[in-house]
Design a protein around this ligand. Structure first.
Ligand SMILES: [Zn+2]
Length: 384
């Protein structure tokens, strides 16, 4: 069954070959033909071929579906009181993760499954068509494996994050916990994971521990990514570059040396402005990274502790208002940038052969995503 989407006022293709020097490869008065979940044709509306069905976009903008390359949806419990305290001046610390670990361990499979499904549906309503989901609130062999098994029911982009924090029962034996993560826990998690991730930060794991854990996962065929440089400058960005990781996420505190290392390694810097919003930390400068030639992604980091938003339009609005990015750069980062962070070339772009993951905005241009913050602009989405 083929579908013609026509009368698109502004089509964001993310294909810079379409229009010289235009990051988003914008076409006006455009049409797209979708066939069997794949983009079959892109061009001028007046030249569009016939299709089995027809959707009239009535002059609105069409963009690639958002690619949310960083989320933690397998959890239980509520941390709204912690958020309330932070807004009243309490600092954020990585240790709050343990609150969610206790609740997650106590939850049934069906409770976790319902929570993941509810939040994925919430993301879909806001235009996200690909989501990465991490484990990391189980921190036992069985709870990490079941977290990934449940996440895998909703997405192929699953990430083993047994090294989120050292759980309370290993507080006196962090080396023993690293042995567990790189041994039996990795063996149990790897069949359900595409990625391995470590929280490399003061209060979580240091660079040597992170390197050991990432190498163990990579030896089992997982690809590496990292949480780092969130709470202060640290070794994570350099480690990500050293290991050639696809992405390093947070990047709130980077030295110039870190920025150059990421650029030279081709490692994506994934910015997570929901975290700075929800922890009252300063926002990272997207401008600095883009100007330095680093590939930038924007993601939600949706989790109950430090960033309980599932909205990439919100992240785009903050990136434009607070992080020096243009609306085009922010949209690119939330679509093509997220795809790069996941090592994917079939999503985040609207070109023939790509997956037919498209969103119709209730707006004439993509600029409205930042211009109209908090307004639900997704009027229709297709995803395969
Ligand atoms: Zn995270």
């Amino acid at each position: 069954m083929s579908l013609l989407i026509t009368h698109i006022g502004e089509l964001v293709t993310n294909d810079p070959r379409e229009v010289d020097d235009d990051l988003l490869g914008v076409r006006t008065d455009a049409a797209v033909v979708v066939d069997d979940g794949t983009i079959a044709w892109v061009g001028e509306a007046a030249a569009a071929p016939a299709a089995d069905e027809r959707f009239d976009a009535e002059g609105r903008a069409v963009i690639p579906g958002f690619v949310d390359s960083h989320s933690h949806l397998v959890f239980a419990g509520d941390r709204s009181l912690e958020f309330q305290a932070r807004m009243a001046g309490e600092p954020y610390a990585a240790g709050g993760i343990r609150t969610t670990v206790a609740a997650t361990r106590a939850a049934t499979d069906d409770e976790l499954r319902a929570t993941v499904a509810r939040h994925v549906a919430e993301m879909r309503r806001q235009g996200t068509t690909t989501v990465e989901i991490k484990s990391g609130y189980g921190l036992t062999v069985d709870d990490e494996a079941r977290s990934l098994r449940i996440a895998r029911e909703l997405t192929d982009e699953t990430t083993f994050l047994g090294a989120h924090v050292v759980p309370a029962e290993y507080a006196d034996d962090p080396a023993g916990y690293v042995d567990l993560v790189t041994g039996p826990m990795l063996d149990a998690a790897a069949p359900y994971a595409r990625w391995i991730d470590v929280f490399c930060e003061r209060g979580a794991f240091d660079a040597d521990q992170a390197r050991t854990i990432l190498r163990a996962g990579m030896a089992q065929g997982l690809r590496g990514r990292l949480h780092a440089n969130q709470l202060g400058e640290g070794p994570g960005a350099q480690l990500a570059a050293e290991l050639g990781l696809a992405a390093v996420d947070h990047c709130t505190y980077l030295t110039d040396h870190d920025v150059h290392a990421l650029r030279d390694a081709g490692t994506v810097a994934t910015l997570l402005p929901g975290v700075e919003f929800s922890t009252k930390q300063p926002y990272p400068s997207g401008r600095r990274l883009v100007d330095a030639g680093v590939t930038v992604a924007l993601a939600s980091d949706c989790n109950p502790g430090s960033s309980f938003t599932s909205s990439l339009p919100f992240c785009i609005a903050v990136a434009v208002r607070e992080m020096g990015m243009t609306p085009a750069e922010a949209l690119w980062a939330a679509t093509a940038g997220g795809a790069r962070a996941l090592g994917r070339t079939d999503i985040g772009v609207l070109v023939p052969g790509a997956r037919a993951d498209l969103v119709v905005l209730d707006a004439p241009t993509h600029v409205h995503l930042a211009y109209r913050p908090g307004v639900p602009l997704v009027s229709r989405a297709w995803y395969s």
